[in-house]
Design a protein around this ligand. Sequence first.
Ligand code: ZN
Length: 581
Amino acid sequence: MKKITAFLLLCFGIQTAFAQLTPFELHKDKNYTATYAEVISYYQKLVKGKDQVKLINYGMTDIGKPLTLIVLSRDKVFNPEQIKKQHKTVVLINNGIHPGEPEGIDASMMLVRDMLKKNSLPKNLVICMVAVYNIDGCMNRGLSRITQNGPEAYGFRGNYRNLDLNRDFIKADSRNALAFMQILNTWQPQVFVDNHTSDGADYQYVMTLIETQKDKQNPILAKYTSNTLSPELYKRMKKSGYEMTPYVESMRGGSLDSGIVGYLETPRYSTGYTVQHNIISYVTETHMLKPFAPRVYATYDFMQNLFDICERDAALIRNLQHDADEQVKQQKTFALNWRLDPTTFDTITFKGFAAAHKPSEVSGLPRLYYDRSKPYTHTIRYYNNYVVSATADKPVAYVIPQAWSKVIELFKLNKVAMKQLSHDTTLNLQMYYIGDMRTPTRPYEGHYLHSNVQLKPTDMPIKFYAGDYVVYTNQAINRYIVETLEPQGVDSFFAWNFFDSMLTEKEHFSDYVFEDIAADLLKKDPELKKKMDEQSAKDPNFIKSANAQLEFIYQNSPYHEKEGNRYPVGRLMTDVKLDLR
Ligand SMILES: [Zn+2]
C-alpha cells in the first residue's frame, strides 16, 4: 500500500513539475514561443490554489479579448489603494506589444513560476505583468520577420486594425491602449519595462537597452537612473552572462564606428508615455540574430536583476517619484520636443563584428555583411545629449469644450483632475490660431501627423457651456496635460489630428456680392485702406488678382469667421474665480 502511495505521489510530482514547464521549455530546441491560448491556460493552471498571485482582466482589446494582468504580491494584498498605503513599489512589465518579439512573454511565464516555486517574491514590491499586449497580432501567427533568427513561428507586428501599438499611446486608436491606460493608472507603477527584439547591425551582444532618454526624463529620476539604476543593471547583466550595450542606432545611418545615438522615445511610445507619469522606464531589445533561447534567458535575467535592485531601493524609488511629482506640480515651462545635439558625446566600449562589403548574388552590386569571425572591441562615440527644441509655459488652467469627448475620455482614464463649468459663460482666454504647419501626404498609423506647427496666440472672449471642462495645471500629471494639449508638442493631440475639423473655414463669401460690401469697408475704414496699399506695394501679383484683394479685405474685416483655424482649447492666464462643479 505504502509503495503504491509513494508511486502515485511520485507520478503526481512529476506531472506537476511537467505541467509547470512552459511551452518554450518543453520544446527540445527551445525555438518555440507559446501561443496566446497556451500563455493564458499556463497562467490559469499555475495560479490555481496560490494566494500570492492573481490574474486580473482589463478592458477589451480590438480582437474582443481582455488584457490579462498577472499580479504578484507576497503579502497577498491585491488592492492598489492598500498597496499604496503599505508603501510598496510597483513594477509593471509589458510583453508582446510586438508579437514577433516574444521573448518577454516566455521569460515572464518562467519567472512567475520560479518566484512562486522558490517562495522568492520580493517583500517591498508588487509585480504586475501584462501576459500579452497585442493579443490580436499574437494570434496572427507566422513568419513575418524573415531576417530574424527564430522562434519557429510567432505573431505579427500589427494588431487587428494593423496598428503598431507601440505608436498608439497618445492617440489611443486601439482598445488595447485604453485597457493599458486603465492598468497603468490603477496600479500606478514606479518602474516600467517593455520587452522587445531589435533588428539592425550585427554585434556581439544578445541584449541592448533603451533607457528613458535622460534629457526627456524628470531630472530627479534621471539622476538616479543615470548614476545608480542603469549602471547597476549593466553590471549585473554582465555578471549574468548577458553583457548589454545601449540600443544600437548608428549616427546618420553610417557605420557603428561613427558612433551610436541615444534613442528618443517620444510620447507615442510606451516609455515616452510612462515618462509623462514620472515612471522610471526601460525597453529591452534582444538582438534578432541571436538564437531564441539566449534571448529569452537574457530577458528573464534582466527582469530578475531589475526586481532585485528595485527590492533593495524600493523606498528610495517611491520617494524619488514623489519628489518628481511635487516638482512637476510647480514646474512652469514644459518641453514639447527635443533634438539631438550632434556636437557632444560620451565614449563607450563596443563589441562588434567587422563590417565589410562583397558583391551581391542578387544584384551583383556591393552588399553589406558582418564577419562574425572578426569580432572587435572598439571605443566608439555615444551621442545621447538632446536639447529642447520647443517649449510652452503652462497656463493657470486649460478650458476644454466637452465636444472634444475623446480628449475628456483620455484625461479621465489618466486620472487628470478636472472640474466642469456650472453654467454657460464667456471667459477671457488666450486662444491659439494655427498658422503654417507640415502635414504628410500619406497617412502614418492611420493619421496625417502635423509637425512644425506655428501658432498665433490671441486674447479674446470665448463662449463656453455648462459642463465644459477646466483642467488646472497644478497636478503631478502636468506633463501629460501640457504635452498633449499644446499643439506644438511632437505627439500632441493636435499633431495626431484630434482637432482637424477646426482647420477649415465654413462660410466664406460669394465674390460678386462681397464686391460692394468690400468697397464700402474700404471707404469707411482708413486703417484697412492703408493695409491694402501696403500689400499692393509689396506684392505685384496682388494688384493683378481681384480674388486676392477680396480675400485680403475679408480676412481683415469683422465678418471673417473667428472659429476657422482657432484651436478650441483655451488657456486661462490669470487665476480668476470660476463657477465650477
Ligand atoms: Zn519592438
